[in-house]
Design a protein around this ligand. Structure first.
Ligand SMILES: *Cc1c(COP(=O)(O)O)cnc(C)c1O
Length: 353
């Protein structure tokens, strides 16, 4: 069997959830949207079910998959509903929903519902992507109350730059949220992972940890004690020596300057490993540091084994995980860990507990 695989450490997931809850205080919705950032949503939710206060997903389809798998905790739809027919399912499956724009508000006002909703009313505090702004927040809150269809309203907002601790924009967003929420009853939820770790002023009733659950630290240059959950692994399937002046791989990007022992690894961009990484991007081979040389292709990539005489066919390669921090690979690829994790595909997911 092709050895490319992603090993998911469920004990690390639990560790990270507990860390989020402790650092923030109050309750925490574990964000498992996008298949739990590539880690398998149902399996991750089941792992946290005994202790998680609830879960958050992007949409109804993701929530229904969790309910079908036996998840009974609160589940929040972070984008709310897209059409009015979904409201019936929200009630039927006892889901919570974000309301972030006028059309969603009108759907609630104009639809007869069999039970009352738990709404998370989204405040646009400066990110300008979704939510009601300033005085429109109180107006939306009053309309929800007046509809008679709402059992509880939680006020939430989302930060654009919480992972940039030197900026004041997160504090400005918090102040703008507090002004908009002033006098409105309901729990508050402000903090994503970066705000859990970096902005105590954003710690309120509910946290919404996503990336930190999966062990990728969103705060630059910090060690917050997160444990990596996914190890992207494969092995060396062939070895060859190339002479000085010989080129390696597509585009002949890497040209050997000395005799080079090249390991061929079963992992490529069709598995979600980023094609954009340059020569020198870190990998670990049987626990020792090595580097990518040559362009990543669809199903294979090449590594430098010149300094690892004991490595050869069958050697284990870690592309990211405990030895190679995913943030280093993301930086090399010009992207963020979120994107790398969500893009993992074709490889089998196996679970360790
Ligand atoms: C995805 C998402 C989160 C989680 O963000 P992280 O940066 O992964 O912690 C929190 N809140 C909302 C509204 C989201 O969409």
């Amino acid at each position: 069997m092709r050895p490319a695989r992603a090993l998911i450490d469920l004990a690390a997931l639990r560790h990270n959830y507990r860390l989020a809850r402790t650092r923030h205080g109050g309750r925490a919705l574990a964000v498992v949207k996008a298949n739990a950032y590539g880690h398998g949503a149902l399996r991750c939710a089941q792992t946290l079910a005994a202790e998680a206060d609830g879960f958050a997903v992007a949409c109804l389809e993701e929530a229904l998959a969790l309910r079908a798998g036996g998840i009974a905790q609160p589940i929040l739809l972070l984008e709310g509903v897209f059409e009015v027919t979904e409201l019936e399912q929200v009630v039927q499956h006892d889901l919570w929903l974000v309301v972030h724009h006028e059309a969603q508000l009108r759907m609630i006002e104009t639809t007869a519902l069999a039970a009352r909703l738990h709404v998370w009313l989204k405040v646009n505090s400066g990110m300008n992507r979704a939510g009601f702004v300033d005085a429109a927040v109180a107006a939306a809150w009053l309309r929800l109350q007046a509809s008679g269809k709402v059992a509880a309203i939680t006020l939430m907002t989302h930060f654009a730059q919480a992972d940039e601790p030197q900026l004041s924009t997160t504090l400005e967003q918090i102040e703008r949220f507090d002004r908009a929420a002033h006098g409105l009853s309901g729990a508050h939820s402000l903090a994503n992972s970066a705000a859990i770790l970096g902005w105590p002023q954003a710690h309120r009733d509910w946290a919404r940890p996503g990336i930190l659950l999966y062990g990728a630290d969103p705060m630059p240059g910090e060690n917050n004690g997160l444990q990596p959950v996914m190890s992207l692994l494969s092995s060396v399937m062939a070895v060859r020596d190339i002479a000085p002046g010989e080129a390696l791989g597509y585009g002949a990007r890497y040209v050997a300057t000395r005799r080079t022992r090249v390991g061929l690894v079963a992992m490529g961009y069709a598995d979600g490993y980023p094609r954009a990484v340059p020569d020198g991007t870190p990998v670990a081979i049987d626990g020792q540091a090595s580097r990518i040389i040559g362009r990543v292709s669809m199903d294979m990539l090449t590594v430098d084994l010149s300094a690892l005489p004991d490595a050869g066919i069958g050697s284990q390669v870690e592309l990211w995980g405990r030895e190679v921090a995913i943030n280093r690979v993301a930086a090399a690829a010009g992207t963020i860990a979120y994107e790398l994790l969500c893009n993992v595909k074709r490889v089998s997911l196996s679970y360790l507990d």
